[in-house]
Write a protein that binds this ligand. Sequence first.
Ligand code: PMP
Length: 360
Amino acid sequence: MTDLPIRDELRGVEPYGAPQLDVPVCLNVNENPYPPSAELADDAGKAVAHAVSRLNRYPDREALALRSGLAGYLGAEAGVRLVPEQVWAANGSNEVMVQIMQAFGGPGRTALSFAPTYSMYPEYARNTFTAWISAPRRDDFTIDADDALAAAAEHEPSVIFLASPNNPTGTAVSLDLVRALHDASSAVVVVDEAYAEFRRAGTPSALSLLDSHPRLIVTRTMSKAFAFAGARLGYVAASTAVIDTLRIVRLPYHLSSVTQAVARVALAHAPELQRRVEQLRTTRDELAAWLRTQGLRVPESDANFVLFGTFADRHAVWQSLLDRGVLIRETGPDGWLRVSVGTPDETEAFTVALREVLKT
Ligand code: PMP
């Protein structure tokens, strides 16, 4: 390894990723615990067979049928009107965000976000030779608007990342802050709405600001609400000018015909998936309430996970839960742990295990 002409900043670095362990209750990477229905699987099987019969050809490079379906879905979900040319898709929202950094970050440029937040953002910055600035959140994990504007004025970022709801805290960002950062800077403001479908009633999506904010970019994913993490489909809504810029940096034929086909099937099944989202929201609220009855701190969550704490030795708690067959995530600020919302049975298994651990 040492003889390789590896970039200095990659030397000795471990690849990102949570442990993938075979345990009875897996609540560590914010997956949707409900697998796709038999009907969806059946329709996807047919769509894959059709796509495979044409695999000698490259996929639709512009993924227009898929982008049109995604525009329709977002329109219905958030009550906005989008044309397909305002939507772009790639292999997970991770790839979408790397494309954003390739287009708007780069050497001599800076990206800004507010910690604690999604730990991949600094990696996108490193990989695209973009300087990375992490400004702090308040103790309750909300972002102070004055501090945020001061950080934007001081560092003059070309990209600002706002995860809403934020991972790992579950905290939503106010649209006032999105507007203020957009209007006070010359950055593209990326609102990462990977978990947006789980937001509580009355929390609007930043999609509603797209019309009046040309440098706003809203990213979404099928990995969470659509229960399609294995399919790898992330997408973005923005002005056509932003989308046309992303089209410059994408690799040719980046989104396989198979991925495009199964994603379109998932869109056709969106209403049934929405019912699962409702169930997960209810379980999340019950879980947060139960954790509070145990004397734990739990920030308000608009996502399909909750952060809870604090523990003098969080690793010991994480390990004791794992010893009882429940895998959660040791992430976020010291002392905190994050648990994804599972089925009612999985959530019950977690609460039983945690109750035992808290007694010891
Ligand atoms: N954004 C946030 C805030 C996330 O938590 C995740 C995944 N955990 C992603 C983006 C990436 O999701 P994907 O690449 O599966 O679309």
